[in-house]
Design a protein around this ligand. Structure first.
Ligand code: NAD
Ligand code: TYD
Length: 373
């Protein structure tokens, strides 16, 4: 079958990547979607069971650092679009092992850029109709102060009340963790390939995602699983750090829109004006899990255990996504209450998915991580 476009999605077996792959495979039968993933501890093909035999889907097991293999793939598949999500993504792991983050996030991104450059520049039409879309994080901007009450779900007028204390696209990069430093570096390389070679790039910086298929080392799935099994909930520091939460399918919709309609060389911030103090979101999660399991709401509050803070723990992240709304008309579809209900339900109904991940290697990792605190 002839496809209209041939698109590589890197990191498609991970949390956000699997939602993006599913959306593209289902929405665009005329595109060939190639999921390129090394299948690290965070990659899981079980995330894509429902679409694995679709005629427009192909999985390729590959390391993004393997320049030769990727260059060959570009030629074999006539790739005209790259949506790049593959990364090492967990701050706590980056504190223990920063080299892996530099290798994958910086060198891996550079390797993809260079292979895409060589292939696209060898074609008669050069960069016409091509796109390199790099998915990044709000963590590159550093940390904000606690200036206003959290919990302003989907309120795009929050800035009118609280001033401009949000990350905007022009906020100066100021990463603090090895993870955010590696993502910042990769963002700079992507922009440099536009500025130097004219590659049609676009970069987005998104806030914290939540939803189905997230690896249970991140706050929300970890805590849902621990509450279910009545294990302690390790709250870092005083639980007062603020994160801005977006439902993963809203992020995937933004990626679809920006891949097709975003302006070349632009940066777009993606977020839902949905700030929560960790301790407050944890209480919502406990109440929701308890209710859905038929326990008395709040019965598991005593699982909250304050532990040693994360080193260099960023106090507050908050994204201003008004540019994306004004220019491309994107807004989150889900209110937080709906999103968290759907998410908790999904994890409780997919215990086998969770059990497969949390056995073996992961158990050892988690025990060690927890013992350190
Ligand atoms: P994830 O850890 O769940 O998935 C990462 C995927 O990348 C995995 O499937 C893994 O196997 C793959 N991968 C890792 N190293 C690789 C390599 N060397 N070669 C090929 N594949 C490799 O991550 P996620 O949470 O889905 O995040 C995806 C992207 O979105 C990342 O770039 C991350 O920085 C960014 N992001 C994440 C969030 C969030 O809240 N999770 C927010 C903003 C931006
Ligand atoms: P996390 O899900 O790791 O995302 P990020 O660090 O990228 O924001 O953590 C979200 C917040 O929850 C962050 O402030 C750290 C905190 N946290 C805990 O308090 N306990 C935990 O066990 C984890 C994993 C995170």
């Amino acid at each position: 079958m002839e496809f209209k476009r041939s698109i590589v999605i890197t990191g498609g077996a991970g949390f956000i990547g699997s939602h993006v792959v599913r959306l593209f495979v289902n929405k665009y039968p005329e595109y060939k979607i190639i999921n390129l993933d090394k299948l690290t501890y965070a990659g899981n093909l079980a995330n894509l069971k429902d679409i694995e035999s679709a005629p427009n889907y192909r999985f390729v097991k590959m390391d993004i650092c393997d320049f030769e293999a990727f260059y060959q793939l570009m030629q074999d598949e006539h790739i005209d679009g790259i949506i790049h999500l593959a990364a090492e993504s967990h701050v706590d792991r980056s504190i223990k092992d920063p080299f892996t983050f530099a290798r994958t996030n910086v060198m891996g991104t550079l390797s993809l850029l260079q292979a895409a450059k060589l292939y696209w520049e060898s074609l008669p039409e050069h960069y016409e109709g091509k796109r390199f879309y790099h998915i990044s994080t709000d963590e590159v901007y550093g940390a904000l102060e606690l200036t206003h009450p959290e919990g302003k779900a989907n309120d795009f007028s929050a800035h009118e009340v609280y001033g401009d204390d949000f990350f905007v696209e022009t906020t100066k990069y100021n990463p603090h963790s090895p993870y955010s430093a590696s993502k910042a570096s990769s963002d700079h390389f992507v922009r440099a390939f536009h500025d130097t070679y004219g590659m049609p790039t676009v970069v987005t910086n998104c806030s914290n995602n939540y939803g189905p298929y997230q690896f249970p080392e991140k706050l929300i799935p970890l805590f849902i699983n621990n509450i279910r099994h009545r294990k302690p909930l390790p709250v870092y520091g005083k639980g007062e750090n603020v994160r801005d939460w977006l439902y993963v399918e809203d992020h995937a919709r933004a990626i679809d829109l920006i891949f097709h309609e975003g302006k070349v060389a632009e940066t777009y911030n993606i977020g839902g004006f949905n700030e929560w103090k960790n301790i407050d979101i944890i209480k919502v999660v406990i109440n929701t899990v308890d209710r859905l399991l038929g326990r008395k709401e709040g019965e598991d509050m005593d699982l909250i255990t304050y532990v040693t803070d994360r080193a260099g723990h960023d106090l507050r992240y908050a994204i201003d996504s008004r540019k994306l709304k004004a220019e491309l008309g994107w807004e989150p579809c889900l209110q937080f209450e709906e999103g968290i209900e759907k998410t908790v339900k999904w994890y409780l109904e997919n215990q086998e998915w969770m059990d497969n991940i949390t056995s073996g290697e992961y158990e050892k990792y988690y025990e060690e991580m927890y013992a350190d605190r």
